[in-house]
Design a binder for this molecule. Structure first.
Ligand SMILES: [Zn+2]
Length: 158
């Protein structure tokens, strides 16, 4: 597996979402009198020898695009751009080929590239994004705090 840089020049969605609760199952000593309050492994407490019992802990974590869109039919519409980065927003680009929402694939690996940006592109790409992805954007607007479609340059590694 290699590292690829992605360069997206075009429309994208900026999605803000509430954090989600992830459940962690941990093992702790079941003896209320025991002073060992730590998370343990195995079957028995290392201090008092009593059985360990399972507890569930809730942990707040940043929602991913796929937490918001667990259905295959929607998550195939969009790519979670910069998903590994610690951004406080979710960035999503369109996944349909020839959707008219960006300047196309840029591969700078083998030398210079040129893609002209004309004055009409920002509005045209944003309008195409809103039309092409209307269904999934409507679903996201129900589930997220806010969804905005913008025009710009995104880069990320995967
Ligand atoms: Zn114990």
């Amino acid at each position: 597996m290699g590292l690829d840089i992605h360069i997206h020049v075009g429309a994208y969605a900026v999605i803000k979402a509430e954090p989600i609760v992830e459940q962690d199952n941990i093992l702790v000593c079941s003896n209320l009198e025991c002073s060992n309050g730590k998370v343990q492994k195995g079957k028995f407490c290392t201090d008092c020898g009593m059985m360990l019992s399972e507890r569930t802990l809730g942990r707040l974590t940043r929602a991913s695009l796929y937490d918001l869109l667990p259905e295959d039919k929607y998550c195939d519409d969009l790519t979670w751009a910069a998903g590994e980065d610690n951004l406080d927003v979710i960035l999503a680009t369109g996944n349909h080929s020839d959707d008219g929402t960006d300047v196309g694939y840029i591969n700078a690996e083998y030398g210079a590239t040129i893609k002209e940006i004309t004055a009409d592109m920002p509005a045209r790409f944003i309008a195409a994004f809103n039309t092409e992805y209307a269904d999934v954007l409507a679903v996201l607007r129900e589930r997220a705090t806010s969804v905005e479609v913008k025009f710009g340059v995104l880069t990320w590694w995967s």
